[in-house]
Design a protein around this ligand. Sequence first.
Ligand SMILES: [Zn+2]
Length: 439
Amino acid sequence: MMDHSKYLESLFSFVDQSPTSFHVASNAATRLEAAGFTRLYEADSWRHLNSGKFFVIRHDGGLIAFTLEGDRETPRPFRMAGSHTDSPSLRVRPQPMQLHQGCLQLGVEVYGGALLAPWFDRNLSLAGRVGWLDEQGELHSTLLDCKRALATLPSLAIHLDREANNGRALNKQTDLVPLLGLSAESSPPDFTQWLKEELKKQKTEISVAEVLDFDLFLYEPQPLTQIGLEGELITGSRLDNQLSCHALLQGLINAEVPGNAMIVLNDHEEVGSATPSGAQGPFLSTVLERLYPDPDVRQQVIARSFFISADNAHAVHPNFAGKHEPDHMPKLNQGPVLKTNANQRYATTGVTASLFRSLCKKAEVPCQQFVMRNDMACGSTIGPLTASQIGVATVDVGVPQLAMHSIRETVGHLDGWYLMRVMQTFFEAEDAAVCLPEL
Ligand SMILES: [Zn+2]
């Protein structure tokens, strides 16, 4: 098992290098390749695949990695775990450049359920994916991370709005336009021209003739930071859900898997998951179909498999303890949280929770529980989507955190490490230990 200080080093470098879901998949791929996994392409035939370690990326933001053992006519269970690669953010509009009062501004759209107030007065950078033509007219797509601070979203001074501290409403169209610089020109510069220059500067090995389009997001380039009197907390961007992606990835990489194991990193959870690389799309089911083409064998595989859906949970906030169910208050650094909901917003059942608890015991990791108050609406995640898409027995769990969907979130320094240890224990468990008991 990876020790705690190595874990922190690994987590920090993973998140700091992953400003978007595309970077999560790309960095995961780099780590998988270094650990002996071979990349497969969906456009190739998988008919002759033998035992081994593989991964496949869909549409740059979704990734499935797996180990395969034995022939593909004999059903063997998968130890499966999933999380999501995306985080709420501000996405650059197709025609973003604006010029008002000599201020150059960048038009953005809100991606997902972002907590918007914390986005103000931060240093913001840009990252994502750019589509471009080379000198020969061939189309390419390249990841871009500007890394340096380029923009900010300045607040209105308190003197110009005395009610600012009394719950000022935020208009996403008019208040949320980041400042990108100053200009004495009469019209704003061309954004794709600027992007072309930026690409040229960063990727000297490519020759860009023309930038055609892009998927770019703003992010805060401040790295993850360990804080607290004893260093017991970590603050940083996108911990929901890159902390889980990292735990699953390292759990799989570090494990000696005795059979089949799989991690599913879906994109677009924050916007409903109904996309080709999202949990409501066909990514996982098509991979399973190709690994076990015989439907009868495949159903036997799924019926014996177990899926751990990992997405961060709400730790109790000391200033707002009344927002939690009094007997279910997850605390930071006290272990992964089992999430249950009577109305199936989470896929956890008493039996799937029992299996997860048994894994925590084996990994010597504490475990907590979350259930939403009856007088508040419950969120959801990829667990119920995956469970209802393919019919696999599923448990919803997550690392407790504060400030979910803020630009800077807070977690305990132990919980991600605990989750990674449970994952490794799960991936290393014998086939019989990952099958659910039946009545
Ligand atoms: Zn999440």
